[in-house]
Design a protein. Structure first.
Length: 293
């Protein structure tokens, strides 16, 4: 599968003065129904990616099906939505987590299938990983009210994650383009869910001192358009790269600085896609928190 690599300058430890470390590869993708994704070739993508931690959104399948498709080589944390065939998020890892949680902190979303967390012991540090699926929303409806309530819950939860572990990363389909660089046709979407000023303001808070997270892909890419992670199935959106960058990996400061590459695994053609989203894959090189640069 073709990859479009995000590149940029990051202030990190010089490899000349420190021995190279094994990268931790974390991937996130909205599969738009895991059964459909596997029929379209998701297994082939996964087999060739050597992923350590895989975060999935919009799984839309019973737990038994998810475990059957992913197989026994993964430790799987999966929460289904109460509404059958909707939402669903998962974290699959090669390493067994030390702790797991399936709620964001607002009981209103306990059965929504939109948030899971897992803690991992990595090189002497605690790493918290969260897989999130934010509502798509619809202006003037309950869907938009729920979206704002979920984003409010994230504003509360993110600082707790930042302060509760050595490293934290929250990822998934967050269904908001943060800046004009994140949507190809942004001018036509300023009044639509996904690019409303009120929605984008939440991301300003996520990436401020208030919440303390960093947009890893944007950090590495710099101020460029895209690279996008979602394209409509309809028309020529994929062929013309008329997309949205709405899939994120948001990491705490030290973890973000350890990121060495971020890839959007864009399929080579419309008919070879296994989802309308492309996976976002980031390699991190973590240090023991007691080690000095």
């Amino acid at each position: 599968m073709n990859q479009k690599t995000l590149r940029g300058k990051v202030d990190r430890v010089s490899p000349a003065s420190n021995p190279p470390q094994k990268s931790l590869r974390i991937a996130s993708v909205n599969v738009n129904g895991i059964r459909a994704a596997y029929k379209r070739g998701m297994q082939e993508w996964l087999d060739g990616r050597d992923v350590d931690i895989l975060c999935l959104q919009e799984v839309r399948a019973p737990d038994a099906v998810v475990r059957s498709l992913l197989g026994d080589d993964w430790h799987i944390l999966h929460t289904e939505a109460e509404a059958k065939g909707r939402a669903g998020v998962a974290i699959a890892s090669r390493q067994e987590p030390t702790a797991t949680r399936t709620t964001i902190g607002d009981s209103y979303f306990d059965t929504a299938g939109r948030w899971v967390e897992a803690d991992f012991a990595v090189d002497g540090a605690t790493l918290t990983v969260a897989s999130a699926y934010v509502h798509s929303g619809e202006v003037g409806t309950q869907k938009q009210d729920d979206k704002y309530r979920f984003l409010d819950a994230m504003v509360t939860r993110l600082p707790q994650l930042r302060d509760g572990a050595d490293h934290a990363v929250v990822m998934g389909d967050l269904n908001v383009g943060h800046t004009e660089h994140d949507i190809r046709n942004w001018k036509g979407n300023v009044k639509n869910a996904g690019f409303l000023p009120e929605e984008r303001a939440y991301f300003d808070r996520f990436f401020s001192e208030e919440c303390g997270f960093v947009d890893v892909a944007r950090l590495l890419a710099g101020d460029v358009d895209g690279p996008y992670t979602w394209w409509s199935w309809r028309g020529k959106a994929f062929d013309n790269d008329t997309g949205w960058r709405i899939d994120y990996q948001m990491a705490t400061q030290a973890l973000a600085k350890s990121a060495v590459t971020a890839d959007v695994d864009r399929a080579p053609s419309w008919d070879t896609r296994f989802s309308d989203h492309a996976p976002l894959v980031v390699d991190y090189q973590l240090q023991d928190p007691g080690q000095t640069p």
